[in-house]
Design a protein. Structure first.
Length: 337
């Protein structure tokens, strides 16, 4: 069975084909970074227009390059939410139009479920249950994954997500959009000599809060951000503070659940310092760690196609049948089935 995946939740236009027999047949992504860079962040209306312009040509290119015909597709999976309403509607409209014309199932996928399952695209040995650290520009969560469709939120962010804090601090340092990756590069040339706060590090819950850290970085930048060397030290100090919180909370979640398998997914999972720290502690604690390949850390359609395939294969899918809606705000735990 071949599943077509469509992802348009924010500023990446992506399509993918996944086969239950062959695995990932192919995928393609167009990033809107250059489009939004001049504004210093994503402009929702421009994102939607770009999805409209690029989605069909991207799909045609993928079909051509993989030698796949439209009638070969058995199922369509698209990102139903969360995300930007207009952007989501572009993908949902194409997915449902194709499913109606082809008379095949169309399944709305939760974007975070895609991230949770993304390591399966390259780690076939991964077994459930596992604890997942979902860390991106819009989400920072610790999730216990018991099986496909059974998710328990262990900890959540109370304000800024980790990726959002990275991007906003990068902007304070005068770095280009998207700032998180730029800040990480700058941090490689700095020394983490500034003692920034670790919000909620010793709090009894597994929740996160990064707004205070961001404010501390602002004050530090005003005081010391007057040279490239100082900015590099601020970046290194900020990255270390946020990594300390993420790693401490993550391994506390593993200790509390007794689970020995960890998945780290989402855009921030590509951060080299975070990967190094998690791998270091995991080796000491005998924890198996699974990171998606870098190409599947950011938003992509391969994870959506895979999630759609898994849901359809285990009989838990709920096809739209021509009547669809998008869910810009959609709690992950509400999709348990």
């Amino acid at each position: 069975m071949i599943t077509l995946g469509i992802e348009t939740s924010c500023d990446e236009t992506a399509v993918a084909l996944y086969s239950g027999e062959q695995g990932l047949i192919g995928h393609d992504i167009h990033s809107q970074v250059a489009l939004h860079a001049q504004y210093g962040g994503v402009v929702p209306e421009l994102a939607s227009r770009d999805h409209i312009k690029l989605l069909l040509p991207l799909l045609s290119k993928l079909l051509r390059e993989t030698n796949t015909k439209i009638p070969d597709i058995d199922c369509i999976a698209y990102t139903k939410g969360p995300g930007l309403a207009g952007a989501l509607l572009v993908g949902a409209s194409l997915a449902n139009s194709l499913s109606i014309s082809m008379q095949i199932p169309c399944i709305g996928i939760h974007h975070l479920e895609g991230h949770l399952l993304s390591p399966f695209l390259s780690h076939s040995s991964l077994e459930m249950p596992f604890v997942a650290l979902l860390v991106s520009g819009g989400h920072t969560q610790l999730v216990q994954v018991n099986e496909v469709g059974s998710y328990r939120i262990l900890g959540d962010t109370l304000d800024d997500a980790a990726g959002e804090a990275f991007d906003k601090t990068a902007k304070l340092l005068g770095l280009n959009y998207p700032g998180g990756a730029e800040l990480s590069l700058l941090a490689e040339h700095g020394i983490p000599k500034y003692d920034l706060p670790r919000p909620m590090l010793n709090h009894k819950t597994l929740n996160f809060s990064f707004s205070g850290l961001k404010t501390a970085a602002l004050l530090l930048t005003k005081k010391h951000g007057d040279s490239e060397k100082n900015n590099a030290d601020i970046a290194a100090s900020f990255q270390k503070a946020i990594t300390d919180v993420l790693t401490r909370k993550t391994f506390r979640a593993l200790d509390q659940t007794g689970i020995k398998s960890l998945v780290v997914a989402g855009g921030v999972s590509a951060n080299n310092h975070l990967r190094h720290q998690i791998n270091l502690i995991a080796k000491r604690k005998n924890i198996k760690v699974h990171f998606p390949p870098l190409e599947f850390c950011t938003d992509n359609a391969a994870m959506i196609a895979y999630a759609g395939y898994r849901r359809w294969a285990n009989g838990s899918a709920n096809p739209d049948n021509g009547s669809f809606s998008v869910k810009p705000r959609w709690p992950l735990e509400s999709i348990n089935y």
